[in-house]
Design a protein around this ligand. Sequence first.
Ligand code: NAD
Length: 500
Amino acid sequence: MSVAGIPVLHNHINNKATAAVSASGEAQLLAVTSPYTGETIAHVPLSTSKDVDAAVEAATKALAEWSRLTLKARAAYLLRLYTALQAQADELVALIVREHGKTYTEAQGDLSKGLETLEYAIGLPQLAQGHVQMVSGGVQCRDERVAVGVVAGIVPFNFPFMVPFWTIPLALGMGNTYVLKPSEKVPMTMTRVAEIAASVLPPGVLNIVHGDRTAAIALTEHSHVHAVAFVGTSAVAEQVHRRGVAAGKRVLALGGAKNHLVALPDCDVELTAQDVVNSFTGCAGQRCMAASVLLVVGEQPELLRRIVAKAQALVPASKGPGAMGPVIDAAALERIEAAIMHATDIDGATVLLDGRANDRFATCRREKGGFWIGPTVLCHKAASDQALQQEIFGPVLSVLHCDSFDAALAIENASAYGNAACVYTSSGAHAEYFAQRFGAAMVGINIGVPVPREPFSFGGVKRSKFGSSDITGDGAIEFFSVRRKITTKWAVSTEKSWMN
Ligand code: NAD
């Protein structure tokens, strides 16, 4: 189906493309825009609670059979899913570029990082083994991990493939069935994934319902959904967590971030400058692990000069050396420009590089349309400035000078968020001093995007995460399973034990 030649996306329920419905018939549609040009490239339906009911019913029906398969059998399905997705890698990368505005290299990273979680989940028969032990004469205890039930996943726009795949493989591997609500801003990649998965997985195991907060809330509150995995802004993560827990569900809700990088006087200037620029401009700054605040200990004019020069050299493009893509939509552009204006006009920050005035990006915006803004570097006087407190989620770096290690640590420790922090230094002792004292849960040493890769688990603290476990690795195995404890006694023991 299409409207004016532009495709209308469908939900995927029971392995079938299913049109969303509203009370009056066809569902309301939302335009999906290309960040590169601003053109409408698809229409996504805004599903209602009726659509959510249909998807949850399919997942509930599939649960009994899927959860009773052996872990090895489910891992074999995941291996087939891996092979099927790999076979369509080029198409998936192109979709990510088109709907999100990532460069090709970034989109390849989005796909390959998501597939890494799938690789990890294929190893679940080795990773999720239970324990067995004779606990007294003739009595054996063992535990095994069983499914929680129907899982709902609600995801943000910034990684169309990787973030959904943080949870889908491990949730399915542990025997749960799944209903995903992709971001309404990037619904095309997961629609294609659902089509591919339909050729591999049994019906009802992985279902997709498109929409906005209405569908997300209906999922979070649905009485047949047992666990909710959410990733998005902190305000929404907190709400989803509160709502889901009140409804008696397991909830893990990852929120936003404000990541601090600290450059010590003994850092390698070239390595640090390049890494800081990669960190705050990659994916146009739309990563929850992106550099946001650079705390410079002492005066380091050469470091700042190189950061500005490298950021200024980036070009608006989808591929090629130094390519940087646009931000997701007009609202994001407006928010980023307003944050820069607040920093300069209200908080008195100095502009070292102004992304609003970057000729190449401005020409692109004027000639191609789309949501382009160049990298911006601001130099602040106070840690209380709004740009150092609130998430901007764009290619903006806020620099602040500190006169000691502990002054830098105090600023990082006081952040409301706790996703990532990094120290640049050539001293092992200094690195360890910071690694042991940062408040964030994911720490980098000379690496500004310190994403823990499998088998290590991903997750922050404070307003970056509501809920206790991490979202990947062994944290997720725990979140997506229930430990069933089985105690066995076959013969009455003649020996005295706690059982007799
Ligand atoms: P968002 O909060 O606007 O939306 C996320 C999802 O929640 C979407 O699917 C959206 O439809 C849904 N939603 C919106 N309002 C809702 C409501 N009231 N109730 C329930 N669901 C609702 O986030 P976004 O702009 O798509 O993504 C960017 C944010 O995600 C940033 O803050 C970023 O830091 C964060 N993020 C965090 C991590 C992490 O690991 N901590 C990873 C990626 C992104």
